[in-house]
Design a protein around this ligand. Structure first.
Ligand code: GDP
Length: 473
């Protein structure tokens, strides 16, 4: 099982996060050989993601890091695969910079910057740590159980990147491949067993979760049957990701794909399920649990308000989206281009985003696999990382092509952009007057970012932030 460790200054909220993830019942206290103080370990869980978690707390009342404490943290850095660097985001504490520097020196494992205590809008500023290039930040409130979905997404993204790289240790090799900095002698004494991350789990993590969403009778079941007729069904009885649902996993040319919420599709005889409110509610649940949304439309009916609301929810939730126009076989050749044009226009004017749009006939098994191929492509773009240099070159160019109008005689200055997250790709843009930037200008930047580095159907987030003037009183 993947191992994580929570590190950070005293009072960042490490134990609260530990308890939140592990749940008090599951927490065990273990005495680790070679470490004089106790530390807590347990199995943490966010939704379907399970991982071992080490709380390096236990010295919360200390104001300084003693040697012993440092030893403990170092130990947890060695044994964990992913580190949560927890920061109290309510108070900007310069000591965090020191800690961050030290952390960078000590480990080259993925470190997720977690900004805790973000229960109110005004709290939550960890900009001063952005140059350390940690993953994130993820804004949470461990105490109020906020931001756990973001933590899930970030952690899942990191796990996926392990699998993409050669980081996964084959099952036949029981010992951890230690990083260069690790003293081999010392490593012998430490019972570090990277249990898990077996190939089975690797598959578990790489599974792309797709929600097929569409009004009753658009052809979801027919689509599913066509897909499964051509492909190997892995399991059809997994407990559903959403309430009262069953998910289906199948092998799509060697890639495992989970189709979410297919119970709703199968139990279509149940009339109450077809009620509009239930449809929307179920769709929202499925959106939350998936990576990419397939919004299926009946070509005869086209796109409707409700479909647009679902599209909007998917984009807001940071999910990839593609639109499928089913029953294409029924559409007269002369009407085809008009129909596509109409849907495309709705996407741009209502969703502010062009969405990959695929025409299929589920009944005739036409282009059904293309839908999944497209989902895989969109999903890849969701985790794409762009270098800061490339981004800033793009920014100069984008600002030159279109200048923001003056605001009360003052020029808007945009100085620096950096990627702060993936899944969805998120960017922080430093600006002198973030509140005065036009909505339409932000949209221009977001769309241009997408065109340059991503693809249709990929939501891109841009956060405008004010640069703090250190000399201001
Ligand atoms: P669901 O409620 O979304 O699961 O819809 P179904 O898969 O049950 O399909 C509803 C109806 O549309 C059925 O009568 C299907 O045979 C029909 N249908 C589904 N896909 C197509 C298609 O591509 N072309 C045509 N002509 N009919 C289709």
């Amino acid at each position: 099982m993947l191992k994580t460790a929570i590190v950070g200054l005293p009072n960042a909220g490490k134990s609260t996060l530990f308890n939140r993830l592990v749940g008090r019942k599951a927490a065990v206290v273990s005495n680790i050989p070679g470490v004089t103080r106790d530390r807590r370990e347990g199995v943490g869980r966010i939704s379907d993601l399970e991982f071992r978690i080490i709380d390096t707390g236990g010295w919360n009342n200390q104001t300084n890091f003693s040697l012993q404490v440092i030893e403990q943290i170092e130990f947890s850095l060695l044994s964990a695969d992913v580190i949560f660097f927890l920061v109290d985001a309510k108070a900007q504490n310069e000591q965090n910079k020191e800690f961050a520097k030290w952390l960078k020196r000590k480990t080259n494992k993925p470190v997720i910057l977690v900004a805790n205590k973000c229960e109110s809008h005004r709290s939550g500023n960890v900009d001063y740590l952005q140059f350390f290039d940690f993953i994130g930040p993820v804004y949470i409130s461990a105490e109020h159980n906020l931001g756990m979905i973001d933590l899930y997404d970030t952690l899942a993204g990191v796990i996926e990147s392990f699998i993409d790289s050669s980081y996964v240790i084959p099952q036949s090799s029981p010992t951890i491949q230690v990083a260069d900095y690790l003293d081999p002698e010392k490593n012998k004494q430490i019972p570090v067993s990277r249990t898990g991350t077996t190939s089975d789990q690797a598959n578990e993590f790489t599974k792309l979760k797709i929600a097929i969403i569409g009004r009753p009778n658009v052809g979801k079941s027919t689509f599913l049957n066509s897909l499964l007729a051509e492909n190997r069904l892995i399991t059809s009885s997994e407990p559903g990701t959403t309430r009262d649902s069953v998910d289906i996993t199948y092998d799509h040319g060697g890639k495992l794909i989970t189709l979410i919420d297919t119970a709703g599709i199968r139990r279509k005889a149940n009339v109450t399920d077809d009620l509009e409110s239930r449809f929307v509610e179920k769709s929202m649940e499925s959106i939350k649990c998936s990576h990419v949304i397939v919004l299926m439309l009946d070509s005869f009916v086209g796109i409707e308000q409700q479909d647009l609301s679902i599209g909007e929810a998917a984009i807001k939730g940071g999910k990839g989206i593609i639109i499928v126009l089913n029953k294409w076989d029924l559409i007269n050749k002369n009407d085809r281009s008009k129909l596509i044009k109409f849907v495309k226009q709705q996407e741009v004017t209502r969703l502010f985003l062009e969405v990959p749009t695929i025409t299929i006939s589920a009944l005739k098994a036409m282009r059904c696999s293309d839908v999944i191929d497209k989902c895989l492509e969109v999903n890849e773009f969701l985790s794409r990382k762009i270098s800061t240099a490339k981004l800033n070159n793009w920014l100069i160019d984008a600002l030159n092509r279109h200048t923001h109008p003056l605001v009360k005689g003052r020029a808007i200055k945009m100085k620096y952009i950096a990627q702060i997250g993936t899944k969805p790709p998120a960017f922080s843009l430093i600006c002198n007057m973030p509140k005065n930037v036009d909505e339409s200008y932000i949209r221009y930047l977001v769309n241009d970012l997408r065109k340059n580095f991503f693809a249709e159907g990929v939501p891109v987030r841009l956060l405008l932030k004010k640069n703090k003037n250190p000399y201001a009183k």
